[in-house]
Design a protein around this ligand. Sequence first.
Ligand code: ADP
Ligand code: 5GP
Length: 197
Amino acid sequence: MILLISGPSGAGKSTVYQELMRREPRLRFSVSTTTRPPRAGETEGVDYHFVDEPAFDRLVAADAFLEWAHVHDRRYGTRRDHVRQLEAAGHIPLLDIDVQGGQQVLAQLGGDVVSVFVWPPSWQALEERLRGRGTDTDEVIATRLQNARWEVGFADRYTYWVINDDVAAAVARLQAILLAEACRRERLPGPPVRAAE
Ligand code: ADP
Ligand code: 5GP
């Protein structure tokens, strides 16, 4: 099982899944590779693997990415080997990736993917959250708001929708999704007892 989370920047995805990961120890964040520079407080290997454009080109040429995309004028990608390592260690990889990458992951891994689109409750709330986060310039915020209107057009391709009106409620919804998915017949090893012949 892979947990795929997409939604506009500022919707509150990382706030919600950081709390979710505290409650669900099997989840492990899949650290993406990006050409964007680190923000204050971000750590190499924890938030992202930060690389320059030629290094990203080499990874693309080596087919190292399960998916990659241009997002907000930068490139971001998920390495296949990183996801495989998480799965081999018995973890559920959590992918926070944009809608273009989400489509690539769904096309390749299909039924193994639990897809969730996180919505802000309104455009106004989204703008307030982007400004309140204090990590981006006005220009970057304007690009992200514009991109958000395009990204929500992909929401129909996701199985689950979580509206992040309240962090605790959104975390509870995601926990419910994970619990229900873990009970799906096809994810279980088989019946614990046999039916009568
Ligand atoms: P994303 O990962 O989707 O880009 P963040 O998790 O960084 O978004 O959240 C953007 C901002 O919105 C942060 O400052 C965060 O504290 C705030 N935030 C997140 N969820 C909520 C919520 N339900 N209500 C109010 N503010 C929120
Ligand atoms: P940020 O720059 O705010 O960290 O992320 C910007 C956007 O890039 C977010 O929508 C996030 O989901 C997306 N993103 C992060 N990592 C990846 C990745 O590996 N692949 C793709 N396609 N998108 C990513």
